[in-house]
Ligand binder design. Structure first.
Ligand SMILES: [Zn+2]
Length: 513
């Protein structure tokens, strides 16, 4: 601490800002101090001072990029008094904005009997998520870069795209954060460390139960919340018939699921619907005569008939440790959330080759690459070829809004590209329908022209020919060509087909690849 003060003093005389510290210091409560002055007054070190500010024990304000502290606040802190409480902002505009948005979607007077404005705002936020069919919503403090300083923004993600819905007075954030933490059974007084919580909320007018997963992060400008909206009733929708695979791909998947052993891998980037497919498979397999065990990060939906274990790395529950415990529990079907490392992959191979059906996911943009990826992670190509039955790679595409989409003739360059992708991907371009459509936009689709999402996929069966190619380290192109030769429709070709059928726009189909 002494060194810190010395260092500050030593640097002082040369700096221009130092003239300020040498100015006579008045004692008016309203006098603003620079951070240096406040630190000097408190005779502390810079890190300790930062901590006090972060913890909210000392109140400061930002003037542009510089912190300023009221002498009165610093003196209150020295005297051991509680920080001055800033006047709370008015939540009424936020409540009104949310209520108005809901009314636009046909929900009137929701939670209007709730006397507490913050509680009402939160009820409206959750109800709006249901009305908009949002997968998640976000409350985030930002700097505006302008004179108004910082604001908070409320955004909802619908069909994978974020939509700003309201601005929130940043002074309301602590109260909103505290209320959400209380609902999520988190530590309300913990304002710094990240926390995760879960809220089961009953939507009053529909009676539906919502499962909300809230993630709290403390940003420099204030608390930031992410709320994922899960619908527990979704279990009934987790049906392989509803996934929307092409008939031939669905048959390949059902055939692989009928096998008593082997690995089925769903691959694709984050947010491509892998988990939904895995849950639909587990749902399909969960009959009273089978034992199913699942290690997940996190458990998103509770499934009847499946022993679901959440990943808890800090308590020693990792994919490998859980898998080893599963193998001692004699299950028929095992689901491993994701293959990320060689250790997990090796136990997956071992489990598959000792009479278990394995379901898992892998980060890879196409099915052939997922095969190569396992070898790159360090696995023996012989083991990969012998234990893997089927790899599905998929993407989600936005579906055109049925209310407003219009017939369209895509430009020649796009059609040419589509024809190339279709024939390279195992589809007969000439035999495809030409029912191309384009988005327009209406109130039902929030003017985006799209509503809901569908899946496009390719299903690669690990045949003896594929296995032989993998063992001789064949290139990606060759693996893909063999698969297409054996009847695989590529992801790109599947996307072109959806566009040709008018389910999505050709532009959207080409965009997601
Ligand atoms: Zn529309």
């Amino acid at each position: 601490m002494a060194r810190q003060q010395q260092a500050d003093g030593g640097r002082g005389p040369a700096g221009a800002s130092d003239t300020q510290t040498k100015q006579p210091q008045g004692h008016a409560a309203g006098q603003l101090l620079t951070m240096r002055q406040a630190i000097e007054l408190l005779k502390t070190s810079r890190p300790t001072f930062y901590r006090w500010v972060r913890e909210g024990r000392l109140v400061g304000t930002k003037l542009g990029r510089q912190w300023r502290f009221q002498r009165g606040d610093v003196e209150r802190f020295l005297a051991g008094q509680a920080p001055r409480i800033e006047l709370r902002a008015d939540p009424a505009p936020l409540v009104a904005a949310l209520a108005q948005r809901l009314e636009g979607l046909g929900v009137k007077g929701y939670a209007s009997d709730e006397p507490d404005a913050i509680a009402r705002a939160i009820a409206l936020m959750v109800r709006l998520a249901v009305a908009m069919q949002a997968s998640d919503f976000h409350i985030e403090p930002y700097t505006t870069g302008g004179p108004e300083g910082a604001i908070a923004v409320l955004r909802y993600r619908v069909d994978g795209v974020l939509h700003p819905v309201a601005r929130i007075d940043i002074r309301l954030l602590p109260a909103i954060d505290e209320r959400f933490k209380g609902l999520a059974a988190c530590d309300v007084r913990e304002r710094v460390r990240p926390q995760d919580g879960r809220i089961l909320a009953r939507v009053a007018d529909t009676g539906r139960l919502m499962d909300l997963r809230v993630c709290f992060v403390s940003a420099l400008l204030g608390p930031s919340l992410t709320v994922r909206v899960l619908d527990p009733d979704v279990v009934h929708l987790l049906n392989l018939d509803r996934i929307g695979y092409a008939q031939r791909d669905k048959e390949k998947l059902l055939r692989a699921l009928r096998a008593p052993w082997g690995t089925v891998i769903i691959s694709g980037p984050t947010g491509c619907g892998k988990t939904t497919v895995i849950y639909a498979c587990l749902n399909h397999l969960a009959t009273p005569d089978r034992k199913l065990m699942s290690i997940e990060d996190p458990v998103e939906v509770l499934l009847p008939g499946v022993v679901q274990v959440p990943l808890r790395p800090h308590e020693g529950v990792t994919f490998p440790t859980a898998l080893r415990a599963f193998l001692r529990s004699a299950p028929n079907v095992i689901h491993v959330g994701e293959i990320r490392d060689l250790e997990t992959l090796q136990i997956v191979h071992q489990a598959a080759l000792t009479g278990h059906l394995l379901l898992t996911t892998l980060h890879a943009d196409e099915a052939a690459r997922a095969l190569k990826r396992m070898v790159e992670i360090g696995s023996d190509p012989f083991l990969v070829a012998d234990s893997t039955k089927l790899i599905i790679a998929q993407r989600l595409i936005r579906k055109l809004c049925p209310e407003c989409s219009v017939e369209a003739q895509p430009p020649a360059s796009q059609l040419e590209q589509a024809a190339g992708l279709a024939s390279a991907g195992g589809l007969d371009w000439a035999a495809l329908p030409r029912a191309f459509r384009a988005p327009r936009g209406c109130p039902k689709c929030h003017q985006t022209g799209f509503r809901g999402r569908g899946v496009i996929a390719e299903a690669l069966e690990v045949t003896p020919e594929i296995g032989a190619a993998l063992r001789r380290a064949a290139a990606l192109d060759e693996l893909r060509a063999i698969a297409v030769g054996q009847g695989m429709t590529s992801l790109a070709a599947d996307g072109v087909r959806r566009a040709a059928e008018g389910l999505t726009s050709l532009e959207e189909a080409l965009r997601v690849l």
